[in-house]
Ligand binder design. Structure first.
Ligand code: 6PG
Length: 468
């Protein structure tokens, strides 16, 4: 068995919790587990099969903590929010200096910062850990984004590195910064995930509703793209999903699914934090908004008649779609990394963007062929801190933006909504113009509120002739 100095416990054996527990056991570590409903922990012994000889089950969280020998590290795999606070309240009186509480859920980083301060004031260690990769990742190797003190990380490092996904031998896990840094990076990961998913769905929409192609045909195109510049987990699963058939009806699986998207909050948090930091993650925001609008299914159905807009055919080649998606994906990553940079400055996290890109290369939902180059770009000289200006990306963008423009133009002319693709294009068009239109905004602000403006080559607080 792996040498283990810290006793490990895991609380919360839902889908993700049990998958992560099996992963830990699989890697040779002994593990204590408990669940809110005690019978679930007992049943987990059967699920663990031959791995159960390293497993100890307990009737509840407090019982588990009491039974473990110090130093203890307890991983919480419970829903974000009050369940985490409840678990901490139960654990704090039982644990002692040297013990660690690890929240491995999709937690709002503000909560992690608050909890870190509260728990560490009591002499315990607190770690906020973002885990990406869904059930499959948790079971066989997720990407893990750790926030906490360096000493805290060193205590759990052997386990984290062992259970993480590997990319060409490098573990996709690292300590990224103090307190909320890990959860913040995971939140932005999810924001990029939302944007990428929405852009893929928009291209699917054009192929489906603008060209009348069958889901399986479209799925085959995505499958082909997974061998090229768009190679990624999300493109791969899109190919698989679109080629699947619903057993009950014989219809394409996608056709029996209500077009109303759920969301648990991480995409929205990304946008909220971006705006608070003075950034605009417009592609991510468009994706969050699209999910919001999708929830208004009945109104949309009524809108078909009330508004009478009829979507029509588009003529776009698969090559154009592919290039458009590539450009838009680069922009989604670029906006995500800008938010990380703004937050790193604000909270003094000193995030290592190259390393973040590296630990996203395997295990997580947004893993893609671009991440190697993103990492290299951050290790090199990045003009104005903008990923889109790194030579490797500027070259790709110059080559692919014409296709993005054609796709957006065709979609808009034929009444197909492409909010994320068009937001990406607007961002790139803005960033490619030395002189924009906010001169007029400044003039208006000065006109109605004497806010002043910077005169070109002159005083920083000038006023217009309307005040003379
Ligand atoms: C991941 C996923 C995972 C989960 C999201 C989905 O990285 O493994 O992002 O965390 O699927 O919570 O979020 P929504 O339910 O908001 O789409």
């Amino acid at each position: 068995m792996t040498t283990q100095t810290t006793a490990l416990g895991l609380y919360g054996l839902g889908t993700m919790g049990s998958a992560l527990a099996l992963n830990i056991l699989d890697n040779g570590f002994a593990l204590h587990v408990a669940n809110r409903t005690a019978s679930v922990a007992e049943a987990f012994v059967t699920e663990a099969g031959p791995l159960a000889d390293r497993l100890t089950t307990h009737p509840g969280l407090v019982e588990m903590a009491r039974a473990m020998s110090a130093p203890r590290a307890i991983i919480l795999m419970v829903p974000a929010g009050a369940p985490v606070d409840d678990a901490i309240a139960d654990l704090v009186p039982v644990l002692a200096k040297g013990d660690a509480i690890i929240d491995a859920g999709n937690t709002d980083f503000h909560d992690t910062r608050r909890r870190t301060a509260e728990v560490e004031a009591k002499g315990l260690t607190y770690i906020g850990m973002g885990v990406s990769g869904g059930e499959e990742g948790a079971r066989h190797g997720p990407s893990i984004m750790v926030g906490g003190t360096d000493a805290a990380y060193q205590g759990i490092r052997p386990v984290i590195e062992a259970i993480a996904a590997k990319f060409e031998g490098d573990h996709c896990a690292d300590h990224l910064g103090p307190d909320g840094a890990g959860h913040f990076v995971k939140t932005v990961h999810n924001g990029i995930e939302y944007a990428d998913m929405e852009m893929i769905a928009e291209v699917y929409g054009l192929m489906r509703h603008g060209q009348g192609r069958a889901p399986a045909q479209i799925g085959a195109v995505f499958q082909g793209w997974d061998k090229g510049a768009l190679k990624s987990y999300l493109v791969e699963i899109t190919g698989t999903v679109l080629q699947a058939t619903d057993a009950a009806t014989g219809k394409p699986a996608v056709d029996v699914i209500l077009d109303r998207a759920g969301q648990k909050g991480t995409g929205r948090w990304t946008v909220i934090e971006a705006l608070k930091l003075g950034q605009s993650a417009s592609a991510i925001e468009a994706a969050v908004g699209a999910r919001g609008w999708s929830a208004e299914k009945d109104a949309r159905v009524a809108g078909e008649t009330i508004l009478g807009t009829i979507r029509s055919a588009v003529a776009i080649s698969d090559r154009e779609y592919q290039d458009a998606l590539l450009a838009a994906r680069i922009i989604a990553y670029a906006q995500g990394f800008r938010i990380l940079a703004a937050a790193s400055d604000e909270y003094q996290w000193s995030l290592d963007y190259a390393r973040i890109a590296e630990i996203w290369r395997a295990g997580c939902i947004i893993r893609s062929a671009l991440l190697d180059d993103i990492s290299a770009a951050f290790r090199g000289d990045l003009p104005y801190g903008q990923l889109i200006f790194a030579p490797a990306f500027a070259d790709r963008l110059r080559a692919s933006i014409p296709a993005l423009r054609r796709v957006v133009a065709a979609a808009v002319s034929a009444a197909h909504p492409v909010p994320a693709l068009s937001a990406s294009l607007a961002f790139i068009d803005t960033m490619a113009q030395g002189r924009g239109t906010t001169d007029l905004i400044q003039a208006q602000r000065d006109f109605f509120g004497r806010h002043g403006f910077e005169r070109i080559g002159g005083a920083k607080d000038s006023h217009g002739p309307w005040w003379e």
